[in-house]
Design a protein around this ligand. Structure first.
Ligand code: GCV
Length: 687
């Protein structure tokens, strides 16, 4: 009996069919090689570092690893030095990051040379859009890990603590050092005693992992909670209320990080309700936080239903305020001027605000990129953004360099990512969405990393250390590299461009069906809805052509960019084709660089996107022998749904735009399989 069980288990392992729910993320090594760890100091953080080494060491058996906390001019902030004998850092946190880097290198077969590694950004934060009732705005991986509804909503269970620890460990392993625990569309209740007590408990769990806790606040809280008559930031009672509230928080959480604020945006209250500016609002909060070393992250995601091009509004609002923010305010700017679209040019605020600290906000949760259904690796999108040249001070002033302190020495350097984490066993809904959490942390640490390097690491850590490691399919064996790592990496690296192709190629943007931001809805424009919330506002298709004219003769958004970029975007001949319809309204027969008409080019892009997803399906099926069953079938089924959705995108957009172009879909392209009327009916039935 025993023998037959053994045989079954062995053959299952050889076939790669063991169960794996993905909960371990990229931290899968459970049994390390024996190692000695020496450290002259003791702390919760150093205990974790030691534990990680004992658990994950893959170097020489019986080696001694020394953890040394000693100031070194070359090491900055959370940075560390890897040495032949161990890790040196200025702080305990630096040691922890060094240990994770050491283990990552061992597990991915990279050399450990003597090297100093300093982070690109001092503050590397996740923004959770988690509501206090447990739901998550734009969350696609189940409910919140921090909040829940019901009578026991504030009770802290052992399960909660275990989950928060696992969350903190995953973040620490990639260098994330801050978490904003609640939605920017904030409930005032977060500042009440019961919730603050829970925040304190969470902060206590996250602290040893080097993670500071921050909160989103509602600007009108003094009115809603404190019985103050106004939330006017210049009113003495309001100032007093925030001061007292901030003191209360710091009494409970002495290392509290600060506030994140969405104000006068999408219906949220803010200083403009009282005729005050964003700077007035941010500075009032900053003054309350300053005695404790706290910061305000004030979001620049503001736009109104005016006639002005939405893409221009944040710049118009914030540029005049440059230089009037307190030293502990950071202006948090989304990567693009609209809203986390599959492709946008960078927001012109980067490289423009020179007297304020400015931080990028990226979106890890795939609100506009297939949510947790589509396999879309976001690192290429973030790499494209970070390496975009702003020309702030001539060539080479990339967004990365303008935000990490190199080109514009701000007081604070920071970056935030809107989290994609929920209660799903695999945390992110899709196994490959974990790669986006991972990539965000890695880029926040080093904004010069390439997507390929990040994908490589993540695949090895997430799929590499299988129980069959010793056998021929093991991590880093030539067969595994050729048959699994390379094709999967290629698929990941192509996936963002594929999504752009089948959703919104050539600079098109915001063509989504209403509200849910998943499927196509280029037609969607009910009378009662604000124009800038409807796709026709963005694509402007008519029988003459398609695209948003943002040239000097149009909305003139191009002039918000430094020269020579403004002129490059303005001129249709030099505007990169990836941004063509973002900046230009062009006729359907406009001649593209390929020699095709714009209409034909659009058709080929939509079709190429769909074909790419079909190729991903083939790739994934081909790697089945190298993946456990559970993750294999989960991803396979998601790819099928992605393919169906990509087909809908292609059919919906081509059939809808064809009504205007009145041109045939090139005959070598697969024909649509849907009727436009059916797609529209299906979409409208949902509302
Ligand atoms: C948190 C977009 C999203 C909203 C989000 C908003 C923001 O509009 O659709 O859900 O609200 O951005 O970033 O504030």
């Amino acid at each position: 009996m025993k023998v037959s069980v053994c045989i079954v288990v062995l053959s299952l392992l050889t076939l790669g069919v063991w169960a794996e729910d993905g909960h371990q993320l990229w931290l899968r090594v459970k049994t390390g090689v024996p190692v000695n760890v020496s450290c002259s100091k003791k702390s919760g953080t150093l205990d974790i570092a030691r534990q990680e080494l004992l658990q994950g060491w893959q170097g020489e058996a019986g080696a001694t690893v020394k953890l040394t906390i000693r100031a070194d001019k070359a090491i900055a902030g959370d940075g560390f030095k890897l040495t032949a004998g161990g890790v040196q850092a200025n702080t305990d946190r630096g040691i922890l990051y060094g240990v994770y880097e050491l283990l990552r290198r061992q597990q991915t077969g990279r050399k450990v040379n003597e090297e100093v590694l300093n982070p690109s950004y001092a503050l590397r934060l996740l923004n959770h859009w988690d509501n206090l009732n447990g739901t998550i705005e734009r969350g696609y991986a189940g409910h919140s890990i921090f909040w829940r509804n019901g009578a026991d909503s504030l009770a802290v269970t052992e399960k909660d603590v275990a989950l928060w620890k696992a969350y903190a460990r995953a973040n620490a392993s990639i260098g994330i050092n801050g978490s904003v625990l609640n939605n920017v569309n904030a409930s005032p209740l977060i500042l009440t005693a019961g919730y603050l007590q829970r925040v304190k408990t969470i902060a206590d769990v996250l602290r040893p992992y080097g993670i500071k806790t921050y909160l989103s606040i509602k600007f009108s809280s003094p009115v809603l909670l404190g019985g103050v008559k106004t939330a006017d930031p210049l009113d003495p009672d309001v100032v007093k209320w925030w001061k007292a509230k901030t003191e209360e928080i710091y009494r409970m959480i002495p290392d509290f990080g600060g506030f994140l604020v969405k104000a006068n945006s999408e219906g949220q209250p803010g200083p403009q309700d009282y005729g005050r500016s964003h700077a007035d609002g941010a500075n009032m909060l900053a003054d309350a936080l300053r005695p404790f070393g706290g910061i305000v992250m004030w979001r620049a995601f503001v736009y109104s239903a005016s006639d002005e091009d939405r893409a221009k509004q944040a710049y118009q609002e914030f540029m005049p305020l440059d230089g009037s923010f307190r030293e502990n305010v950071i202006v948090q700017v989304k990567n693009g001027p609209i809203d986390f679209q599959p492709r946008e040019p960078f927001s012109p605020l980067f490289g423009a605000m020179k007297k304020s600290s400015v931080m990028p906000e990226l979106q890890i949760t795939q609100e506009y990129l297939g949510q947790s259904i589509h396999l879309v690796f976001l690192a290429p999108m973030w790499e494209e953004f970070l390496q975009s040249d702003t020309y702030q001070e001539g060539p080479g002033s990339t967004v990365a360099r303008c935000t990490d302190g190199e080109r514009i020495p701000g007081k604070h350097t920071a970056i935030a990512g809107v989290a994609n984490i929920g209660l799903d066993p695999n945390w992110c809904g899709h196994h490959f969405s974990q790669a986006n959490w991972y990539a965000f942390g890695r880029l926040a640490w080093n904004n010069q990393l390439t997507s390929a390097q990040i994908a490589d690491e993540w695949i090895q850590l997430t799929f590499g250390q299988l129980p069959s490691e010793a056998a021929q399919t093991g991590n880093l064996s030539p067969k595994w590299t050729e048959n699994f790592l390379q094709p999967v990496k290629q698929m990941m690296l192509a996936s963002r461009e594929a999504a752009v192709n089948y959703m919104m190629p050539l600079g098109l943007h915001h063509l989504f069906a209403a509200n849910e931001h998943y499927g196509p809805g280029p037609w969607w424009a009910p009378q009662r809805v604000r124009k800038d919330w409807t796709p026709p506002y963005y694509h402007k298709a008519d029988t003459l052509g398609i695209g948003f004219d943002r040239t000097r003769g149009g909305s003139d958004a191009v002039s918000q960019y430094h020269e020579p970029l403004g002129t490059q975007f303005n001129d249709v001949n030099s505007c990169p084709e990836i941004y063509l319809l973002w900046f230009h309204h062009l006729s359907w027969d406009y001649r593209m660089k390929s020699g095709r008409t714009l209409w034909e080019e659009l058709c080929y892009h939509y079709d190429a996107g769909l074909q790419q997803v079909r190729q991903f399906q083939k790739t994934w099926d081909s790697v089945q022998p190298y993946v456990d069953q559970e993750r294999f079938f989960h991803v396979q089924s998601r790819l099928r749904s992605q393919c169906l959705n990509a087909q809908e995108w292609k059919d919906a957009c081509l059939l809808y735009f064809q009504q205007f172009s009145r041109m045939p879909i090139p005959f070598d392209i697969e024909r649509p399989v849907h009727d436009l009327e059916d797609l529209i009916r299906k979409d409208l039935q949902r509302f």
